[in-house]
Design a protein around this ligand. Structure first.
Ligand code: HEC
Ligand code: HEC
Length: 395
């Protein structure tokens, strides 16, 4: 309320000052006009006698030739300047605007990079240039007693703009990831960063994003390592083992902080069960080694067909585009925040043209996604997985 009234006061102060100035101007002009008219009247007819320096003007002959020519030439020149100069300016304008935008982009990306490194220290967990890393995490039991100190995989961020839209990444940065070492950064979630700083960080993440081709190539390379093959040509996507390796990509090696894996969100304890556990021999049996697709941040995946999807094809389609905030999927799925990534499309560059969906691809190739879907479809419900998943109510 007090803010309101002081605002009004400020407005009225500015208004009164403006009014006084305007009034002074009007009065001043009227006075000036009055004097001028009066003075002008006195001088009517006095000109010829008073002005000794007046000389006779050009004669008709000259007026109609040299003088006329000169005036016309001057007019033509001025017209040419306006006629050529304006279009030239107009032609250069888009370039100038592009240049200005580029400069802003550069400034925003630089600011975002500063936030990523010094300002917020994202690199401490997500690695330099967003290649992935680990974050320290302390496991506490139900009574908040210390159980163990572990390393929680922090996913690579040089692919995050391939799997999430800008809005979705903003949501993660604003609110963090519940029950994980990823804190809230945005003011909206109680974090220390302003709206503008968050936007700049996302600009930076956009600038380091790899292409879908580079992403698929990196995954092939990692698959070759994980399956001990001699080259990408040997990858057999029809083999369930390939699907399993993709589902858990980076679990052993730490590749890209598990960014490409499904397990990091869909298997409880996945992100730290293969890392350093301190002290050695700590009793962490209740926290690690859950079966694939047990459920974690994302829902349980065992028996997903036909529980949620009618067929492997329908599952492939879902994995390709992911979930969108508040949009229904499958039999009875509803995404609360669109946190299930799309692995075969890029929400930031894909377009719908003439009703046809155009995509340059995403983090994984179609055959990779099909391979994962077949593996997920093979995950049967079992006695060991009857328990509630951690965040079942989230789904
Ligand atoms: C203390 C370590 C830590 C810091 C600092 C940190 N993060 Fe994270 N972040 C994580 C972890 C761990 C995860 C994965 C959580 C999970 O397993 O669900 C994560 C997840 C994310 C995700 C979601 C990625 C995905 O695909 O699931 C984004 C985006 C992200 N962080 C961005 C950032 C940015 C930007 C900063 C700096 C402003 C930052 N993080 C700082 C640890 C950290
Ligand atoms: C960053 C975390 C994350 C990753 C990585 C992830 N998911 Fe999900 N997934 C979710 C969340 C969260 C949901 C629930 C829907 C939502 O809120 O968007 C979900 C939903 C699903 C569903 C629907 C489940 C149901 O019962 O409704 C399937 C199937 C699924 N994910 C499979 C996968 C597969 C396969 C992968 C790997 C290719 C994967 N997810 C990677 C977070 C993730």
């Amino acid at each position: 309320m007090s803010e309101m009234s002081s605002l009004l006061l400020a407005a009225s102060t500015v208004q009164s000052v403006g009014l006084v100035i305007a009034l002074a101007l009007v009065v001043g002009f009227l006075v000036y006009a009055a004097f001028n008219i009066k003075a002008g009247r006195e001088e009517v007819g006095a000109e010829i006698e008073l002005a000794a320096n007046l000389k006779p003007y050009l004669d008709d002959d000259e007026l109609e030739t040299t003088k006329l020519d000169r005036t016309l030439t001057f007019g033509l020149l001025t017209l040419a300047i306006v006629g050529i100069g304006l279009p030239a300016y107009w032609l250069a304008e888009p370039g100038r605007i592009d240049g200005a935008i580029e400069e802003y982009d550069r400034v925003f990306i630089t600011r975002g990079e500063e936030q990523y490194t010094d300002g917020s220290g994202c690199n401490a967990c997500h690695g330099p240039d967003g290649v992935g890393g680990v974050a320290p995490f302390t496991i506490l039991d139900d009574n908040s007693e210390f159980v163990a100190q572990v390393e929680w995989k922090a996913p690579a961020l040089d692919t995050v703009m391939l799997r999430y839209s800008r809005e979705e990444v903003k949501f993660i940065l604003d609110y963090g990831r519940p029950f994980s070492p990823m804190p809230a950064w945005g003011a909206a979630g109680g974090g220390p960063r302003t709206e503008q700083e968050i936007e700049n960080i996302i600009d930076y993440l956009e600038s380091i994003t790899v292409s879908p081709e580079e992403s698929v190539e990196a995954v092939e390379g990692e698959l070759v390592q994980a399956l001990d093959l001699s080259g990408p040509g040997d990858i057999d996507y029809a083999d369930l083992e390939t699907g399993e390796a993709l589902f858990n990509l980076g679990r052993e090696s730490g590749f890209a902080g598990g960014a490409y894996a499904c397990g990091r969100c869909h298997t409880r304890g996945w992100s730290f069960s293969r890392g350093t556990i301190e002290p050695e021999g700590a009793d962490v049996a209740d926290y690690i080694d859950y079966p694939d697709g047990f459920g974690g941040y994302g829902p349980r995946l065992q028996g997903i067909i036909p529980r949620q999807f009618a067929s492997v094809e329908a599952l492939v389609e879902f994995l390709t585009v992911g979930a969108e905030r508040g949009v229904a999927y499958g039999n009875n799925g509803l995404s609360s925040q669109g946190m299930m990534p799309g692995f075969g499309t890029n929400p930031n560059t894909d377009e719908i043209e003439d009703g046809i969906y155009e995509s340059d691809g995403g983090m994984l190739s179609d055959e990779m996604i099909e391979s994962i879907a077949r593996y997920v479809a093979s995950l049967e419900e079992s006695a060991a997985t009857d328990g509630e998943s951690q965040n079942e109510e989230d789904s």
